[in-house]
Design a protein around this ligand. Structure first.
Ligand SMILES: [Zn+2]
Length: 125
């Protein structure tokens, strides 16, 4: 019954209950994955102590820096995910923090923990 044009014009003010549940599950899953990745990092960093030659030292230092960078990214990702879960509880999930506009479900599908709509995301980054 629904033609494509009808669907495209259909822009609900808020996400429906079913979508919220789906995004909540996705966020919880992402949080679990990120948590276990971070745990692995913490375990691996303990083994990074042995240094043999200068070249290896440099490599290890670089690798260590890369790891720390990635760890930071993962931590930020986890914080954003927790924040998004908090928003679902509060009922303001899917609302842009900058313009208070609605974040499209297309963007939420790609990045369910996003704080901004596509327009504002391009402005801040
Ligand atoms: Zn916005």
């Amino acid at each position: 019954m629904t033609r494509f044009n009808d669907w495209a014009n259909f822009t609900p003010m808020t996400l429906n209950k079913k979508q919220l549940i789906e995004f909540e599950e996705l966020l919880r899953e992402n949080a679990r994955k990120t948590e276990s990745q971070l745990q692995k990092f913490e375990q691996n960093i303990d083994f990074g102590g042995d240094i043999d030659h200068f070249d290896e030292e440099a490599d290890e230092a670089e690798e260590f820096a890369n790891r720390l960078g990635l760890q930071k990214v993962l931590q930020e990702q986890l914080e954003r995910t927790y924040k998004a879960l908090e928003k679902i509880k509060k009922g303001n999930y899917g609302i842009c923090e900058k313009c208070q506009g609605e974040i499209s479900t297309k963007l939420l599908d790609i990045d369910p923990a996003t704080n901004y709509c596509l327009k504002c995301k391009q402005l801040v980054s």
